[in-house]
Design a protein around this ligand. Structure first.
Ligand SMILES: [Fe+2]
Ligand SMILES: [Fe+2]
Length: 197
C-alpha cells in the first residue's frame, strides 16, 4: 500500500535522514565531553537515535517509500560537520543546539501521527508516541545540563528555545497515546522547522 500524503512521505524521509545526522552529531558531542557520566548519557542518546532511524525505516518500507538520496547526503554532511564543530564551539552550544533540535524532533513524531490519522491509519501510534516521548526526554536532558548557564537567556531570545520556549509536550503530565494528536498543533498543526535545515 502506498501513502497518498506527500507531506507525510517527506516528513518520514527527512526524519529517517535527520536521525542519522543527530546520531553523528552526538558522536562528536560525546567525544568532546570530559565527564564520563555526561559522555555516557550522550552516547545513550546516540543509540536511541539509531533505533529511531531503524523504526522510521520499517514504517517507510511498509509503504514502499524510498530513502531520499538528497536528504541522506545532505544530512550526512551536516551531521559530520556538527560532530566536528563540538570540539571547537565550547561546552554550552552543543547542548543548546542539541536541545533545540530535539524539541523539533518531538513534534515530528506527533505530527506524523496526525497525518497518519487523516488517512485513517492508527497502527503506528504506539511507535510514534514512544519516539516522540523519547525525544522529549532527550530535549529535557540537554536543557537540564544548561539550565543554570548565564548564556541561556540570550540564546533563548535569539533562537526561540529554552526554559520558557518549547513544544507543548509536558513530560510530567503525559496524555495517553489515544490523545497524543493534540500535541504540536500550535501554528495550525504545522511542523516547527527542524533546526538541522
Ligand atoms: Fe530520534
Ligand atoms: Fe533525540
Amino acid at each position: 500500500m502506498k501513502l497518498d500524503h506527500p507531506k507525510l512521505v517527506r516528513l518520514l524521509q527527512r526524519a529517517y535522514s535527520g536521525e542519522k545526522a543527530a546520531a553523528f552529531a552526538y558522536v562528536g558531542h560525546a567525544g568532546s565531553l570530559r565527564d564520563p557520566v555526561q559522555k555516557a548519557a550522550v552516547r545513550q542518546i546516540e543509540e536511541d537515535e539509531w533505533k529511531h532511524r531503524a523504526s522510521v525505516l520499517s514504517i517507510m518500507q511498509r509503504y514502499e517509500i524510498p530513502v531520499s538520496v538528497y536528504e541522506e547526503v545532505k544530512l550526512h554532511v551536516i551531521g559530520r560537520l556538527l560532530s566536528l564543530s563540538c570540539y571547537f564551539i565550547g561546552w554550552f552550544m552543543p547542548y543548546f543546539f542539541a536541545g533545540r533540535l530535539e524539541s523539533g524532533n518531538v513534534c515530528e513524531y506527533f505530527v506524523m501521527m496526525q497525518y497518519f490519522h487523516t488517512l485513517g491509519i492508527k497502527e503506528h501510534d504506539e511507535v510514534l508516541y514512544e519516539m516522540g516521548m523519547k525525544e522529549k526526554e532527550h530535549e529535557l536532558y540537554f536543557l537540564n545540563q544548561i539550565r543554570e548557564s548565564p548564556f541561556l537567556p540570550l540564546f533563548e531570545k535569539i533562537f526561540g528555545w529554552g526554559v520558557r520556549s518549547s513544544n507543548d509536550v509536558d513530560a510530567e503530565n503525559r496524555v495517553p497515546v489515544e490523545g497524543a494528536t493534540q500535541y504540536c498543533r500550535s501554528g495550525g498543526g504545522e511542523l516547527p522547522k527542524r533546526s538541522l535545515d
